[in-house]
Ligand binder design. Structure first.
Ligand code: GLC
Length: 540
């Protein structure tokens, strides 16, 4: 069955985009990653064969949620460098043919943002308060929150201020939600978009794109919204704070700005329903929207086949490419997730006392999954360290944890620190060469040095060289823009993508088809393709 036809044109339709989390990528100073660190590694990034980088927030921020709490959208946090460092990074990346996408965080500001400080110091009902969601509480003396909404990070979504009013925060209390009904908020963000476009960025990854509009009546809602899964129960009434129809109007107006710079936008929208998610990539809105159904799929032939077919179906319906992704800074790293008893979106972090992933099995599946993803027409995102096959850190001491989910759930969830460990660059150096002093802001697990880039560069069979080969072949064969035909069997995924046949096995081995030879595979293939393997084949 033909799932999609070849596409051409805009670069983002087939781009491979590498996510960089500045804090743990490379430090040039004291053990916290920084922008000069990223700039120093541009040749490495270029050697991977990616088209663009997406850089997680580097703006001025108290770092309560690792930069997703922005206090100044037009400057760089001193932890990471200066505006000049950012300009230099963008220019040097562009010189190497790498586009730069920056993160935009429009749902909330930091509580240290000048707007929120002004709101706190202004009376009830004032204009500064109207940039956020301030409300009176319920109960006799307003001592109860205005609604029963829960924060995504755990606990109530409202915090009370001195004069008795409450403000809304769908995430941490240090991240007050902006009121997008207010035209001033809209104007401010349009100006922020232009600020960064004028500095040469090629696009934006838009944080919590499904959350900006709230039902202004603020009705109660009796459900929790998980960070990673969204809402899994279709019988639940539409949430008053997520995926509201009115949110799309914002993106239509952004699109006209972004188009005038020939830039793009990618939505982070944890919308469970694939058809509703595709609305974000209608022709006059986002160019891309992360395919979180794919990321959340269990490692099973039927599940992946269905997700892939459904993704093409809904996105073809609006003329958009699909944006494949398995990893980011919010989920357990893939080799660990794939080595758990239950594969799929995984838990929110893993403790040393939890059942530990089977790393060998997880790695085998993760490489098969990666090679499947990189064959699929559309765009694909890789998360820094994914090319090294890094596992999740599952034995972090609690004292080291920083994720607000760990604190707000009172330790019920370990949180996301385990996928944010400083990267290993040089095996023989302290801190695996992450910083000149050997310091790392988060401890690295035992064995981390063995994953270092220098070790993997020297090993033709390393995960790093495997990803490089895959990206080179993907590009040579135009896989990102090819048509795809699904000829899967009951046990095995089998796609024809342009001239490349892509076979993925699960619990059962498969025969290598006659007349086809392997050009790349995630485990060695003879006449048989072993279990949990992806192979790319061409006609003999
Ligand atoms: C997004 C980010 C996540 C952050 C949250 C609040 O989901 O990916 O890291 O904590 O938004 O900004």
């Amino acid at each position: 069955m033909i799932l999609t036809h070849p596409s051409s044109g805009e670069w983002w339709r087939s781009a491979v985009i590498y996510q960089i989390y500045p804090r743990f990528f490379k430090s040039t100073t004291n053990g916290v990653g920084d922008l000069p660190g990223i700039t120093s590694k541009l040749p490495y990034i270029s050697s991977l064969g990616v088209d663009a980088v997406w850089i997680s927030p580097f703006y001025t921020s108290p770092q309560k949620d690792h930069g997703y709490d922005v206090s100044n959208y037009r400057d760089i946090d001193p932890l990471f460098g200066s505006l000049n460092d950012a300009t230099e990074l963008i220019q040097k990346a562009n010189e190497l043919g790498i586009k730069v996408i920056v993160d935009l965080v429009p749902n909330h500001t930091s509580d240290q943002h000048v707007w929120f400080q002004e709101a706190l110091n202004s009376p009830k009902g004032s204009e500064p308060r109207n940039r956020y969601w301030f409300r009176e509480g319920r109960g006799e003396n307003g001592e109860l929150p205005p609604t029963n909404w829960r924060s995504v990070f755990g606990g109530p979504a409202w915090t009370r201020v001195e004069d008795g009013q409450w403000y809304l925060h769908l995430f941490d209390s240090s991240q007050p939600d902006l009121n997008w009904e207010n035209p001033e908020v809209r104007e401010e963000f349009e100006s922020i978009l232009r600020f960064w476009l004028d500095r040469g960025v090629s696009g934006f990854r838009v944080d919590v794109a499904h959350g900006l509009m709230k039902d202004p009546e603020l009705p109660d809602w009796d459900h929790d919204w998980a960070m990673v899964s969204g809402l899994d129960d279709d019988s639940v009434s539409a949430p008053p704070m997520w995926d509201r129809d009115s949110v799309h109007e914002i993106y239509r107006s952004w699109r006209t700005i972004v188009d005038s710079y020939e830039a793009m936008m990618c939505a982070e929208a944890w919308v469970h329903d694939d058809a509703r998610r595709s609305l974000y990539v209608r022709p006059d809105e986002f160019q891309q929207c992360f395919n979180f159904s794919f990321l959340s799929s269990p490692w099973s032939k039927d599940s992946l086949q269905n997700v892939i077919a459904r993704s093409y179906e809904v996105n073809n319906g609006v003329g958009a490419p699909t944006t494949w992704v398995f990893n980011n800074h919010d989920v357990v790293r893939l080799p660990s997730r794939m080595g758990l008893e239950r594969t799929g979106k995984g838990p929110n972090g893993i403790y040393a006392t939890d059942p530990q992933p089977d790393f060998e099995l997880g790695t085998r599946r993760a490489q098969a999954a990666q090679l499947l993803m990189l064959a699929l027409p559309g765009s694909a995102y890789l998360y820094n360290g994914e090319e090294l096959g890094l596992p999740e850190h599952t034995s972090l001491p609690d004292e080291a944890r920083q994720d607000p989910t760990f604190f707000r759930t009172k330790g019920e969830e370990a949180g996301r620190d385990g996928c944010r460990v400083p990267l290993p660059w040089v095996s023989a150096e302290p801190g695996a060469g992450f910083s000149p002093t050997g310091e790392t802001w988060l401890p690295q697990p035992d064995g981390w040095n063995g994953f270092a880039v220098d070790v993997q560069e020297a090993d033709p069979d390393s995960s790093l060289n495997f990803v490089r080969k895959a990206l080179a072949l993907r590009s040579q064969n135009g896989l990102g823009t090819s048509g795809i035909d699904d000829q899967s069997t009951d046990t095995t995924l089998d796609y024809l993508v342009g001239d490349i046949r892509v076979i993925t096995t699960f619990d059962d081995e498969a025969d290598r088809p006659e007349g086809w030879r392997v050009v790349l595979s995630s485990t060695p293939v003879t006449d048989t393709i072993g279990t949990d393997t992806t192979a790319w084949l061409v006609r003999d």
